[in-house]
Design a protein around this ligand. Structure first.
Ligand SMILES: NC(=O)c1ccc[n+]([C@@H]2O[C@H](COP(=O)([O-])OP(=O)(O)OC[C@H]3O[C@@H](n4cnc5c(N)ncnc54)[C@H](OP(=O)(O)O)[C@@H]3O)[C@@H](O)[C@H]2O)c1
Length: 242
């Protein structure tokens, strides 16, 4: 049985990833932070659709202490893949940014994923093949005003993946980043309809991404045949900002 853990399974993109991976035969841990009910409901729905597979909701704050991260990993069943689809942003000029919010963004988007990757590595490399996929962003390549800190965390994931991929390639563990443009999820709910329609006008494909536009590439990267692609960042942006 192939099992993946999807961090941020309750998010707009995470839900699409869980749905697509379940359809491809994966058993899943569905991670959440605050939305426990949603994680349970999605697990139950997938269990009904795919009764031969396991779907286990699981909770962890990415702001947790190091000891809690170690304990979280110790309790997990064997895994073939980890997908990091959690994330937070904040729209502020740097000179008006709350310092705690800067710390939280770096921790949730970059530092805790790095620590968890290292902690999960022994579980992953026990298998004949394994995969890590981080959700990056086009802003990791072309950073955005008002999201400078967020952009830095996403650029950090791209650099980390390149280096880490080289460390673990001989163990058949690939490490890649799927970097979306603008996706129609709750993360963008604070952007006004007017500003969002301006963004849409800039996107050559003429629309925001759907969760399934992103989950498709995650599913491909997790496939056993994707063993020779590692250390890459794939931009899924409808031609925007590349
Ligand atoms: N939406 C976009 O336009 C876009 C574009 C480029 C890249 N991305 C990236 O794609 C990923 C998913 O984005 P999304 O649009 O699906 O976001 P979303 O709908 O806002 O979901 C965010 C997810 O992160 C989890 N999360 C938030 N704070 C957390 C914490 N402290 N500890 C652990 N988990 C936490 C949430 O858990 P709960 O719901 O359980 O609290 C939720 O599952 C993110 O990395 C994001 O940066 C998104």
């Amino acid at each position: 049985m192939r099992r993946a853990i999807v961090f941020g399974a309750t998010g707009g993109i995470g839900q699409a990833i869980c749905t697509e991976l379940a359809q491809s035969g994966w058993s899943l841990y569905l991670h959440c932070h605050t939305k426990w009910q949603e994680a349970c409901q999605l697990s139950q729905k997938l269990m009904q659709q795919y009764p031969e597979q396991d779907f286990i909701p699981i909770r962890l704050s990415f702001l947790a202490e190091n000891s809690d991260l170690s304990k979280f990993v110790q309790d997990l069943l064997p895994l073939n893949a980890a997908v990091f689809a959690q994330g937070i942003t904040d729209y502020h000029f740097v000179n008006g940014q709350e310092m705690n919010q800067v710390d939280d963004m770096i921790k949730v988007n970059l530092t805790t994923p790095i620590k968890l990757a290292g902690l999960l590595e022994p579980l992953l490399t026990k298998n004949d093949f394994s995969r890590i996929v981080f959700l990056g962003s086009v802003y990791g390549k072309q950073a955005s005003a008002l999201e400078a800190v967020y952009s830095a965390t996403k650029a950090g994931l791209t650099a980390f993946s390149q280096g880490y991929a080289r460390e673990v390639a001989s163990a058949n563990l690939t490490v890649n980043v799927v970097a979306p443009g603008a996706v129609d999820t709750a993360m963008n709910a604070m952007i006004s309809a007017e500003d969002m329609s301006k963004v849409k006008e800039e996107i050559p494909a003429g629309r925001l991404a759907r969760g399934s536009d992103v989950s498709y590439w995650v599913n491909v990267l997790l496939d056993k045949r994707s063993s020779y692609l590692t250390g890459q960042t794939i931009y899924v942006s409808g031609g925007w900002l590349i």
